[in-house]
Design a protein around this ligand. Structure first.
Ligand code: PMP
Length: 415
């Protein structure tokens, strides 16, 4: 399987497409165009095969067993941890905790770090660009602890108001939680600068990397971020798996998030001692098969090269943006120059949902609605957008098909 992907030394989109079985089908009688990658990306054959190989060949529970299958499963599971550690360049493998995904990773930090270290009158800073997953856990925590939440303003082009951010920082700020890239608009946030100034007031920083992992370089040591949360399914891996990177000293100071098997050293009815990191945060049987398969998604990304991916996706985005702007009444929401390949737009007088349905009738999958960022939609005073988000297997021909379909929609609606 890795053989297939490692054959792609230089970027050839037709070769890439061959690795994704799901793309080769008709939807509503038309060849599928999949532009819903920010919601979840499709999976290369290597990931699908790895999952099958695991269940057909060596399904067993990990860590506790001494039999051959258990050892094989444990090794494959831990290999993904090593692979992810090098993917994000963590200093130590133990700083990678497996979770269900970004949402659980953020909740883990809010429940564990937050409950221990955030107190009454402390402040948590988030941004106006956040996904509900990076808003609600902090609201729950703030309510419980009597802390408050400050929100960084979003500018007209969908970027963050950095001066406003700096004005919010004080010695009350205990945590800053922002995304690497916005799922709704595609804006790439200046996280290195955000982390540096937050650290000046002693705050810790969590980066919601759900939209960063597949598209942007991640070097947690260079960034000096305290936590980085990610989901496998947004970066060509399986659903139901993700990870939290955390600095060792923070993870060690944090109490367990859930109690159960695996996270303990010794249990008696009088006293329980906890396991070392990362196991302290991995109570119960994890999603072994999907963690094992996740490694093949990371291999796929690295085989192509993040730089090649970023430049190809940028080319797609620029092409789509130019074409989209020729459509009468179309307005791009969040039109900054530094974006991942997300084209979010509205068309005057046409409801996003209707556009989504009409595109689906042409075999084109986009997402419409608030994209789990209702406060951001409120900020732009819109109900939602139409979002076309591109991945490595998309093509300019597919974009042409979407543009033609949109032209038809506008003509039809205005007739
Ligand atoms: N943050 C961002 C920016 C996202 O795009 C998403 C998924 N749409 C999440 C958090 C939540 O990720 P998951 O559902 O995989 O936990």
């Amino acid at each position: 399987m890795t053989e297939i992907s490692s054959n792609i030394k230089k970027f050839d989109v037709e070769e890439v497409r061959k690795l994704f079985p799901v793309l080769h089908q008709k939807v509503n009688g038309k060849p599928l165009v999949y532009f819903d990658n920010a919601a979840t990306s499709q999976k290369p054959i290597a990931v699908i095969e790895a999952l099958k190989t695991y269940y057909k060949g060596y399904n067993a529970n990990i860590h506790r067993g001494i039999h051959t299958l258990a050892e094989k499963a444990t090794k494959a599971f831990e290999d993904t941890r090593k692979r992810l550690s090098s993917f994000v360049n963590s200093n130590e493998v133990e700083e990678i905790i497996f979770t269900k995904g970004t949402t659980e990773s953020i909740n883990l930090v809010a429940s564990s770090y937050g409950r221990k270290f955030i107190n009454e009158d402390d402040e948590i800073i988030i941004s106006g660009l956040e996904h509900h997953s990076n808003i609600v856990p902090w609201q729950l925590l703030a309510e419980e602890k009597g802390a408050s939440i400050k929100v960084i303003n979003v500018l007209e082009d969908g970027t963050l108001d950095f001066d406003h951010f700096k004005s919010l920082l004080s010695d009350r700020t205990k945590l800053v939680a922002v995304n690497h890239a916005s799922n709704s608009l595609g804006t790439i946030n200046p996280i290195k600068e955000i982390i540096a100034v937050a650290h000046e007031v002693g705050a810790k920083v969590l980066i919601d990397g759900a939209q960063g992992t597949a598209h942007l370089e991640i070097d947690v040591q260079e960034l000096d971020c305290d936590f980085y949360a990610l989901s496998a399914h947004k970066c060509y891996g399986p659903t139901g798996v993700g990870a939290l990177y955390g600095k060792r000293e923070l993870l060690e100071a944090m109490p367990p998030y859930q109690g159960g098997g695996e996270m303990i050293k010794e249990v008696s009815f009088e006293k329980t001692t906890f396991n070392d990191i990362p196991y302290k945060f991995e109570a119960g049987t994890p999603n072994i098969g999907d963690v094992v398969a996740f490694k093949y998604a990371l291999d796929f990304i690295d085989d192509l090269g993040k730089e090649n991916i970023a430049s190809y996706e940028h080319e797609l985005y620029t092409y789509a943006r130019e074409k989209a702007l020729t459509i009468p009444g179309l307005r791009i929401i969040g039109d900054s120059s530094n974006k991942v390949s997300v084209l979010s737009f509205v068309i005057d007088g046409v409801h996003p949902f209707d556009i989504g349905q009409m595109l689906d009738a042409s075999g084109i999958a986009v997402r419409t609605g608030h994209h789990c960022t209702q406060p951001l939609m409120d900020h732009f005073q819109i109900e939602g957008t139409i979002r076309a988000s591109f991945a490595v297997y998309n093509t300019k021909e597919e974009i042409d098909r979407m543009i033609e379909a949109l032209q038809r929609v506008v003509k039809f609606m205005k007739a």
